[in-house]
Design a binder for this molecule. Structure first.
Ligand SMILES: *Cc1c(COP(=O)(O)O)cnc(C)c1O
Length: 422
């Protein structure tokens, strides 16, 4: 389709978009009493308007029932985590018994590493991408130290080639082959948080398996953003957070996926009472009998208030379906790419370049723009015009039009404001 940077074109695209009215389900932050242009859903998704209502319902149950709410609340607290199973397994392409909503992302990574990073004196290395999210790097490094290995020796970080920004998948495969017999774990972001690059999780999983390594993904930037088929791809484990594309609120509950081949009684895991079989959990016995699903990794009883909001947010995904959202996402992102390239080409001042891959299947909705000159000034100026995007020092702007609540007109307006800054 012929793209056009004009108000008329953007509005026509919105009229033709069946999902356009979904934005009314969310609160937009204000700028000078008007909705701001929000392209920051990759950091914190917007609040679904029904959140307060549902949260209040749980408060009422607690007020009226006290401890009895565990069994008698409208959604009994004792099994509250089960209400997410279908929605999450749909988003991940997982089997129902492979997913569990619990804790937060970094905590879950440590829990999963306790089961999946079991280094031996020969096989102890972890392969990751070089531009990892800091928390993931801290997890990896502290786990390596925890097991008594040396980080310089045990950590293999795959970097982009000189002069490039995106990691070539063949370089990942090459490193897996070259260290065969020594890699214990391959661990990557399914979508890299910095560049927006989507890795070929299926292919990388296949190679990890072939060379005897476990394969895990951080899906913080992937869930609710790109198509996932974790079970089919043979991924061993994954974790995510719910406050980015899943719109469930700051710091809200995350989750973990564990391939069903590991749902065994004798597999090592750091354990807590909520992972114990439900039937005998309250007998308060001394022996741990794990539930033979991903639920075995649960430690504690569930944080109901946050979870209630998570449910509201996931209901929206259930209603629309991720396929439709991804279709719209590709159109939005292509349009944003077109507008950015058009405007930066016209103005050489900032010497800018999109570093996110240009192929649709290699990215989600985020575009990362490298600004070679005065990135901080551009960021400040556009922020002062009511545009919410994300700035990663020293010189990358991350801009994410989210299909649930962003429109083509948002992109047009963004372009108008960017033009002013250029
Ligand atoms: C957002 C994000 C995190 C944040 O971790 P929390 O434990 O939820 O604070 C970690 N890793 C990646 C890749 C992220 O994008």
């Amino acid at each position: 389709m012929e793209l056009d940077f004009s108000e008329k074109f953007a509005k026509k695209m919105d009229r033709d978009d069946q999902l356009n009215s979904l934005r009314n389900l969310f609160y937009f932050p204000k700028f000078k009493n008007k909705d701001c242009i929000y392209f920051n859903g990759n950091s914190l998704g917007l609040q679904p308007k029904d959140s307060k209502l549902i949260l209040n319902k749980e408060f009422e149950d607690w007020a009226n029932m006290g401890v009895d709410g565990h069994f008698k609340a409208k959604t009994p607290w004792i099994s509250y985590h089960k209400i997410f199973t279908n929605s999450i397994s749909n988003l991940l392409g997982a089997k129902n018994e492979e997913v569990i909503v619990m804790n937060s992302l970094t905590v879950n990574l440590h829990l999963l590493f306790s089961s999946f990073y079991r280094p031996t004196k020969d096989r102890y290395k972890i392969l990751c991408e070089s531009n990892l999210f800091p928390s993931d790097r801290f997890v990896i490094e502290s786990q390596i130290k925890f097991h008594g290995f040396d980080i310089d020796d045990a950590l293999i970080a795959v970097t982009p080639r000189k002069g490039e920004y995106i990691i070539r998948e063949e370089d990942i495969v090459e490193k897996i082959k070259n260290n065969s017999g020594q890699i214990s774990l391959v661990f990557l972001g399914g979508v890299n948080y910095y560049t927006g690059q989507v890795f070929d999780m299926q292919m990388i999983s296949r190679y990890a398996r072939k060379y005897g390594a476990k394969i895990g993904f951080d899906l913080a930037h992937a869930i609710g953003n790109v198509k996932l088929k974790l079970n089919e791809w043979g991924v061993d484990f994954a974790a995510w957070c719910s406050y980015k594309y899943l719109n469930s609120g700051p710091g809200n509950v995350g989750g973990a996926y564990i391939n069903k081949k590991y749902h065994k009684k004798d597999l090592f895991r750091l354990a807590g009472w909520w992972g114990h079989k439900e039937k005998s959990r309250f007998k308060m016995g001394e022996n741990f009998h794990p539930i033979l699903t991903a639920e075995a990794w649960q430690l504690s009883n569930a944080p109901i208030f946050g979870m209630s909001v998570h449910k509201v947010a996931l209901d929206i995904f259930d209603e629309i379906g991720i396929e439709k959202l991804i279709l719209k996402s590709k159109k939005l992102t292509n349009y944003l790419e077109y507008v950015i390239n058009l405007l930066f080409d016209e103005s050489k001042k900032f010497n800018a370049k999109i570093i996110t891959p240009s192929q649709s299947e290699k990215r989600g909705c985020q575009l990362s723009v490298l600004i070679n000159h005065n990135a901080d000034i551009l960021f400040k100026n556009i922020s002062n015009l009511g545009v919410k995007i994300d700035y990663r020092e020293p010189n990358v702007l991350r801009i994410a039009p989210v299909p649930l609540y962003n429109s083509f007109y948002d992109i047009y307006l963004f372009g108008e404001k960017l033009k002013l800054c250029l």
